[in-house]
Design a protein around this ligand. Structure first.
Ligand SMILES: Nc1ncnc2c1ncn2[C@@H]1O[C@H](COP(=O)(O)OP(=O)(O)OP(=O)(O)O)[C@@H](O)[C@H]1O
Ligand SMILES: [Mg+2]
Length: 584
């Protein structure tokens, strides 16, 4: 309950921060809308003057003077209208500039917490939705609505009965807007969910393009997409049906009302209580009074979408606000300490690793072995701070990882993930971690340390080779070695390698051993996960991770010896090593 309150409060605070710069503009837009609406009375006034003054007096100069005045007023109305729409477009652009980076920052983080790529991408699209809405007809109608009484009063002054009729119409149309709102509100969330589901399907199918083609399952993949698309379409159709129906009803109602105003006006003229000019003036003014409601109903779908996007964005920005500022800490130089950590999957909360403790000193390398799915990658994610630990702590020189500023910590960590993908950039940018002012010597040094320099310079574009999406233009082994170079770039204290040799040949493995030795020599720490024993060559310590537990830890010879003597459940490295020897 308390945390719920805190969350609501955080959302409100971040919303206030988002709108802080806009409050003045909103007031300005409100006033400009008032002027526009006031000027919109020009048409009615002109009609009245024509009928009741120019026609009755038969004076051409009067007609000319009235027309010139009306022309001038129309011109002003047009100018204010242009100003208002330009301001709204700029408000949209400014909101985008302020919010899009925050939304993207959250989107980058979401996959780490078990959200799909499509879900993450939708956070970015929320900004587009909002900007698009601000540049459309929708907000104009919303700014005109509060000025509706201006026209009601005008009609009322012409004749109270006409005023009452227009007021009734306004109430009817407003009720229609409310009904539309109630009926579509529930659907908008469902429509958003369905869209994300569909886009996730697109994401998954495009990512598996190769396998889908090779195994001839394009038809089945398409079928899954069609099902998701149908669901999305069904909700969309329902929502569009509702808004479409109510928009049509409101349009007809407005036309009926306009005719009713004329009819009632004619009756009043016949009775002698109204002038002929006033009929037309009342008709024009009542039409204008009801137009924003009509427009609002017609645009209601966009209003609902924009509001939902805004609500989600407030939540998105609130997430970032919860990040506390961190003290700058000195570069770590001594140790990596793991103290009784429990790690859970951020998506499901399922505990994947528990009660792991060990210490690695500067200049040492730790090899992690264990059966498939045992929790090795989970452990290394906790060491890198990619997944938060549920209990216990990971300390660099005794400072818990949570005390570090994310970017400051990143500079001291090299990380090669198991299913590594390259950034869509050049090889040099990939190695230098997108640092555009990187020292080229440091890039070459990292490439040399990963023994990939020769391979890179043999490419036609060398270090400036563009890798394309996910590094598609390189082989698996090449990507792995460039990934290793990136992990070594800038000589980070802690180098974390998740199966860095899975794609390497003998030469690559020798290079990996040399790279690990290099980190040790300069006083760094290496933690390397290995299914193949060759990666253990340079390790001093070995840890065994099985079924979510650290089952052994110690000097390499000791641990490997004990594992050999008492084979652990599942496949272990030494067992496989012996099998390889036996078949050789
Ligand atoms: N994002 C995730 N959400 C939920 N469970 C996960 C997630 N990633 C991994 N798991 C589960 O956690 C367990 C440990 O996975 P982990 O990737 O740590 O294994 P591993 O030891 O690295 O295996 P491998 O040798 O195959 O790489 C597995 O049972 C896996 O199903
Ligand atoms: Mg793994």
């Amino acid at each position: 309950m308390a945390s719920q309150d805190a969350k609501t409060q955080a959302r409100r605070k971040s919303a206030a921060k988002l709108t802080r710069g806009f409050r003045g503009i909103l007031v300005y837009l409100f006033v400009v809308s008032g002027i526009i609406n006031l000027l919109a009375l020009t048409g009615s006034m002109y009609m009245m003057q024509i009928y009741d003054r120019a026609l009755s007096s038969g004076s051409i100069p009067t007609l000319l003077a009235i027309s010139a005045l009306a022309g001038g007023l129309y011109l002003f109305q047009g100018l204010f209208d242009i100003v208002r729409s330009q301001v709204l477009v700029r408000v949209g652009a400014r909101l985008d500039r302020d919010v899009a980076p925050a939304a993207h920052k959250v989107a980058m983080d979401m996959p780490r917490f078990g959200f799909s790529g499509a879900e993450a991408a939708s956070r970015g699209r929320d900004v587009d939705t909002l900007r698009g809405f601000l540049g459309s007809q929708g907000p104009m109608a919303l700014f005109d609505l509060p000025w509706m009484p201006l026209f009601l009063v005008f009609v009322y002054i012409l004749h109270p009965l006409l005023g009452a009729l227009t007021f009734t119409g306004a109430v009817l149309l407003t009720s229609l807007t409310i009904v539309t709102e109630v009926m579509t509100r529930r659907l908008s969330g469902a429509a958003h969910e369905a869209l994300i589901q569909r886009n996730a399907m697109v994401d998954s199918n495009t990512r598996n393009s190769e396998s889908i083609r090779a195994m001839g399952i394009g038809g089945r993949a398409l079928e899954r997409f069609v099902v998701a698309n149908e669901e999305h379409l069904a909700i969309q159709t329902r929502a569009n049906d509702i808004t479409g129906t109510f928009a049509a009803i409101s349009r007809v109602l407005r036309m009926i009302l306009q005719s009713a105003v004329l009819g009632l006006g004619a009756y009043l003229v016949i009775q002698g209580s109204l002038s002929a000019g006033a009929i037309i003036a009342a008709s024009v003014a009542s039409a204008r009074a009801l137009a924003p409601i009509d427009l609002a109903i017609g645009n209601w779908k966009n209003v609902v979408m924009a509001r939902a996007a805004w609500d989600r964005l407030k939540g998105t920005v609130a997430i970032l606000d919860q990040v506390q500022p961190k003290m700058p800490l000195p570069a770590p130089r001594r140790s990596l300490k793991v103290e009784g950590i429990t790690v859970a999957a951020p998506g499901s909360g399922q505990v994947l690793l528990s009660g792991a403790s060990f210490t690695v000193e500067a200049g040492q390398a730790l090899g992690i072995i264990g059966s498939t799915g045992g929790g090795k990658t989970t452990l290394i994610r906790a060491l890198a701070g990619v997944w938060p630990v549920l209990r216990g702590s990971v300390r660099l020189d005794d400072a818990d990882l949570t005390q570090w500023d994310e970017e400051a910590l990143g500079a001291h960590v090299g990380y090669l993930q198991q299913d590594y993908v390259m950034l869509d950039a050049t090889i040099a940018d990939n190695i230098s971690r997108l640092d555009t002012e990187a020292d080229p010597r440091a890039v070459v040094e990292a490439a040399r340390a990963a023994s990939v320099h020769e391979m890179i310079v043999r490419l036609p574009e060398g270090y400036h080779t563009e890798l394309g999406p996910q590094g598609a233009s390189l082989s698996g082994g090449q990507r792995q070695r460039i990934g290793l170079a990136r992990a070594l770039y800038g000589e980070p204290f802690l180098v974390l390698l998740d199966e860095p040799n899975s794609n390497l040949d003998g030469q690559g493995e020798a290079a990996l051993t040399e790279a690990i030795e290099g980190v040790k020599r300069r006083g760094g720490i290496v933690v390397v996960i290995a299914h193949r024993p060759s990666a253990l060559a340079a390790c001093d310590l070995v840890a065994v991770v099985q079924n979510g537990k650290l089952t052994a830890f110690g000097p390499k010879e000791q641990v490997i010896g004990s594992v050999r003597a008492r084979p652990a459940p599942g496949e272990t490295v030494p067992a496989r090593e012996e099998r390889v020897r036996a078949t050789a």
